[in-house]
Design a protein around this ligand. Structure first.
Ligand SMILES: Cc1cc2nc3c(=O)[nH]c(=O)nc-3n(C[C@H](O)[C@H](O)[C@H](O)COP(=O)(O)O)c2cc1C
Length: 318
């Protein structure tokens, strides 16, 4: 799959997720088979003010390429200045603009999904970036209840010169409830010439395949199902390329992945940036016997103890 001048080896994208998709996690997903990953969203205002936490969020490395940096904001001028700075400091392969986040923190400032009600401003923001930076610019949207208005936004995004669009088929009001309506991605794909990536509720090999087939989109993006489960990217990429389900021991895999994740957090000196207990809970999600382990994780004093409880869970199951 191609996005502007960028040639990707596949069409499976890891979704940007705040407080989840840090560099160690992204690297693991990329090694397992994600064709591309994105940083957690970064505020254009914070980039300009050189906020330390924001600077950390943009960090990547050559091994991650191709990678995208996602930004949010609502001022074409500020976003241009911020993306020029990002280009210079991090050299991402793509700059993605967030028009989907439903969090009040963003929408009350007119950012994220609030912009879906200002199509002219969406155009101005993207055009300003496309005209002034050399990195391809893409957009990620949620949908509006009104299909025609959503299609109009997609057309505006293409007209602005954006190189691809990701469609999460939920409205801002839905937050994460209900189902992601894939009819939107399907209709947008039919209307536009730029690549369209379908996002929402892809949880395994079969949902990945059926969404690709139904929407006829160029790619799929995987979010929550990968939390604590980076190996999902291997399973899905293997299935998409071979048509075969991978045999694996889920529990062993989760333990190995958790240990590797911790090792990489230490390697990049990012341990202090994550809530280790919350992350460990994700790695034990949906495993039988996991509830007891999660209680033990909550009471743990340190990371070694957390790893021990996760290992014990596996031994009990074996
Ligand atoms: C914890 C969390 C953080 C997220 N952060 C971002 C973000 O920074 N930028 C963004 O565009 N979407 C963000 N999202 C939305 C996801 O990228 C994705 O669109 C959504 O979860 C639907 O896909 P899924 O059903 O595969 O999870 C976030 C979602 C979650 C659950």
């Amino acid at each position: 799959m191609r996005i502007a001048k960028l040639k990707l080896e596949g069409n499976i994208f890891l979704a940007p997720m705040s407080n989840v998709t840090n560099l160690p996690f992204r690297l693991m997903c990329r090694e397992y088979g994600a064709s591309m990953s994105y940083t957690e969203m970064i505020s254009s205002d914070a980039v300009i003010h050189e906020n330390k936490k924001t600077i950390n969020r943009g960090i990547s490395c050559e091994a991650e390429r191709p990678f995208g940096i996602q930004i949010f904001g609502n001022s074409p001028d500020i976003m241009r200045t911020a993306t020029l700075k990002i280009e210079e400091s991090y050299h991402p392969d793509i700059i993605d603009v967030n028009f989907g986040c439903p969090a009040r923190l963003l929408t009350k400032e007119g950012c994220g999904s609030a912009l879906l009600h200002s199509p002219d401003l969406i155009y101005d923001i993207l055009k300003e970036l496309v005209d002034n930076i050399s990195t391809p610019v893409t957009a990620k949207i949620r949908v509006l209840e009104d299909m025609d208005k959503t299609l109009e936004i997609a057309r505006i995004i293409e007209k602005s010169g954006a190189s691809a669009i990701t469609v999460h088929g939920r409205t801002r009001q839905q937050q994460y409830s209900g189902r992601s309506n894939m009819e939107y991605a399907k209709r947008i794909k039919r209307e536009l010439s730029i690549p369209v990536i379908a996002n929402g509720d892809i949880v395994d090999e079969l949902s990945a395949e059926s969404i690709l087939e139904y929407t006829e989109c160029d790619g799929i993006m995987i979010g929550r199902a990968a939390m604590g489960n980076p190996f999902l990217l291997r399973r899905i990429s293997h299935y998409i390329s071979t048509g075969e389900l991978l045999e694996y021991n889920e529990c062993q895999q989760r333990v190995e992945d958790f240990k590797e994740y911790v090792r990489r957090l230490e390697e990049y000196d990012l341990m202090h940036t994550v809530n280790m207990k919350a992350q460990a809970q994700w790695f034990t999600r949906s495993i039988s016997g996991g509830r007891h382990t999660r209680n033990m994780i909550s009471a743990s004093k340190d990371v070694d103890e957390i790893v021990k409880h996760i290992k014990d869970m596996c031994n009990l199951i074996d």
